[in-house]
Design a protein around this ligand. Structure first.
Ligand code: ATP
Length: 281
């Protein structure tokens, strides 16, 4: 894969947030969410980012998608440095990179019919959104054509996540970013949604960046994985290698927590697994 072009390069990205002052006597608290993150995702790769809650995963994704900006460092997407680009020059990114979020209920407008939700990214970008394209997308995610006439609340959690996936695929993106896409779902439907994402990534030749706090989920979907801890990537490697022979002490703790396998299969989170070992979550 060394000759494959990079879809995403993250170079020395730092992100600090200043929280509101709680006292006139003390300076405003500064949160160092990302402390110099470097990573490269190749075109067509399935790249996982795993780590505990609060380690900076969502911040990193928001910066890659230009929904937030880095305090310092650079993000290059398909060869273009997006770090300081104004919104009007981000059109290529809005079309080629799409996101699926954790909670489909809060990311779908409850007042819109499903067909309009799916067509929305096309309309926003000034493309025609034909009924045929919407039906094709519904079919691709395993929903019937008449689903388009209904509203999000008329679907189960798993079906709503399918709608989110259809919407993300509407502009024919080359990069799909999934932020904890199954964490909010019932355990019984997680595997179906993961398999759907996996199949679509293959069929459509997508680059996938998949973020989860759930080790077993990342292992199921990704070729390579980066392990994040406290705003830094502590280890990157092929998923199988990282799990078989973790190098960094933090990864070793995560992996050694996995043998509580029935918990992992039941969807235990990194925090749960560490807690099961008596470690701080
Ligand atoms: N807008 C913000 N203002 C202040 N602090 C923030 C902001 N966004 C994130 N943070 C802080 O940055 C750190 C990283 O948060 P982030 O949401 O990226 O972590 P995460 O790994 O995605 O966690 P989770 O899985 O719980 O969402 C946390 O300490 C969080 O409180």
């Amino acid at each position: 894969m060394t000759d494959t072009p990079a879809a995403i390069q993250v170079v020395d990205v730092v992100r600090t947030y200043t929280r509101p002052r709680t006292s006139l006597l003390r300076p405003a608290p500064v949160v160092r969410a990302l402390r110099g993150v470097n990573l490269e995702v190749k075109e067509g790769e399935r790249f996982g980012i795993v780590g505990e809650s609060g380690c900076g995963k969502s911040t990193l994704l928001r910066i890659i998608a230009a929904l937030d900006h880095a305090t310092s460092g650079h993000v290059v997407v398909e060869g273009t440095d997006i770090t300081r680009l104004p919104e009007r020059r981000l059109r290529f990114l809005r079309e080629n990179l799409q996101l699926v979020f954790q909670d489909p209920m809060s990311s779908l407008d409850p007042r819109m019919r499903v067909r309009d939700i799916i067509a929305e990214p096309l309309v926003v970008q000034g493309h025609p959104a034909s009924g045929a394209r919407v039906r094709e997308l519904l079919e691709a995610v395993g929903l019937s054509a008449d689903a388009g006439d209904r509203y999000p609340h008329q679907f189960s959690g798993g079906q709503r996540q399918r709608i989110s996936i259809a919407r993300a695929l509407a502009p024919r993106p080359r990069i799909l970013i999934a932020d904890e896409p199954v964490s909010a779902l019932d355990v019984s439907v997680r595997a179906q949604v993961l398999n759907l994402i996996s199949d679509l990534v293959d069929e459509l030749n997508l680059t996938l960046v998949f973020v989860s706090h759930d080790l077993s989920v990342v292992k199921h979907v990704c070729d390579r994985v980066a392990v994040m801890n406290a705003g830094q990537i502590v280890e990157t490697g092929f998923t199988g290698d990282v799990y078989a022979a973790p190098q960094h002490p933090y990864t070793q703790r995560l992996v050694s927590a996995i043998p509580t396998l029935h918990r992992a299969l039941a969807g235990a989170t990194t925090t749960d697994l560490l807690a099961a070992k008596g470690e701080p979550g």
